[in-house]
Design a protein around this ligand. Structure first.
Ligand code: KG4
Ligand code: ZN
Length: 339
């Protein structure tokens, strides 16, 4: 069985084909970063127009790379939410229409379930149950995962998401959008400990996060210090260290609270190398295990959508051409899948 997956929830057009025997057969991504960089953030209308331009050519490229034709596809999965409504509509409309024309089911996929299950595409996937930390541009969530579709929210950010905080501080440091990866790059040259930023909400019980105070602290520091490259690198380092420490403390706490011994970290920010190394050390010191997708499957991609599509295909019916997207959508609303 093969599922075509389409991701258009934000500023990346992703298309992939997943085969339940052979794994990923194709995985194509087109990033709109250059389109939005001029504006310093994603412009939804430009994003959706660009998805319109890129989605069908990427599907053709994926089919041709995999050496497949329409008749070889058993289901079409698309990201139905959460995300930007006009961007979601593109993948949903194309996905539904193709599934209708090909007389196969269409599968409306939750973007965060895609991130959460992305480590299943790796050679050593985690077994259930586990704790998942989802860190993306719009979400910072800790989830107890007891099976596919069995998600209990343990904690989340009460204000900015971790990725959003990375992008905002990067902007103040004069870096282009999306600044997360660029901030991380200059942080490598930074001197640890020259500046020390707070680890928000770690001094009180609970599993929620807050990054807006840290963001203000970093912004005030940037305004008060010299504007040379080394100082900026030191600030970037202090900011990255504070975010990574905060996430690590909350992950350890979530493992303690649930008694679980496996941790999955996914979503765009989990591509961050400092985060990957440091949290791995901390979790392994506890005798627990951490699982990350490879970096290109941490950021938005079609592969994770095709994978979830395959898992959910048995419960889906032939496309009726009814397109529904959900810009806001809780993971806890998903139905469980018996595997
Ligand atoms: O999951 P994702 O690709 O899109 C959303 O679902 O939001 O996450 C994008 C976020 C952006 O905020 C981006 O700056 C951040 O992930 N990000 C990083 C890194 N790579 C991507 N943040 C820090 N370090 C990175 N290496
Ligand atoms: Zn995402």
């Amino acid at each position: 069985m093969r599922v075509l997956g389409i991701e258009t929830s934000c500023d990346e057009t992703g298309v992939a084909i997943y085969d339940d025997q052979q794994g990923l057969l194709a995985n194509h991504i087109y990033s709109q970063v250059r389109l939005h960089a001029y504006y310093g953030g994603v412009v939804p209308e430009l994003a959706s127009r660009d998805h319109v331009r890129k989605t069908v050519p990427l599907i053709q490229a994926a089919l041709s790379e995999a050496g497949l034709q329409a008749k070889d596809i058993d289901g079409v999965a698309y990201t139905a939410g959460p995300g930007l409504v006009s961007a979601l509509m593109v993948g949903a409309t194309v996905g539904s229409a193709l599934a209708y024309a090909w007389r196969v089911p269409d599968i409306a996929v939750h973007h965060m379930e895609g991130h959460l299950l992305a480590p299943m595409l790796e050679a050593n996937p985690p077994a259930f149950p586990f704790v998942a930390l989802l860190v993306s541009g719009a979400h910072t969530q800790l989830i107890a995962v007891t099976g596919i579709g069995k998600y209990q929210l343990l904690g989340e950010s009460i204000d900015d998401a971790a990725g959003e905080a990375f992008d905002k501080i990067a902007k103040l440091l004069g870096l282009n959008y999306p600044g997360g990866p660029l901030l991380s790059r200059i942080a490598q040259q930074g001197v640890a400990g020259r500046y020390i930023f707070p680890r928000p909400m770690t001094d009180r019980p609970g599993l929620n996060f807050s990054f807006s105070g840290l963001k203000t602290f970093a912004a005030n520091t940037i305004n008060a210090v010299a504007r040379d490259a080394q100082t900026h690198a030191d600030v970037a380092r202090a900011f990255e260290d504070a975010v990574v420490d905060t996430l690590a403390i909350k992950c350890s706490r979530a493992l303690d609270q649930t008694g679980l011994r496996r941790l999955v970290i996914a979503g765009g920010v989990s591509a961050n190398q400092t985060l990957r190394t440091r949290i791995k050390e901390i979790i392994e010191q506890r005798g627990d295990k951490v699982f990350y997708p490879r970096p290109e499957l941490c950021t938005d991609n079609g592969a994770m959508i095709a994978y979830v599509g395959m898992i959910r295909l048995p419960s889906c019916v032939k496309s009726q051409l009814t397109v529904t997207v959900r810009p806001r959508w809780s993971l806890e609303e998903l139905t469980a899948v018996v595997t």
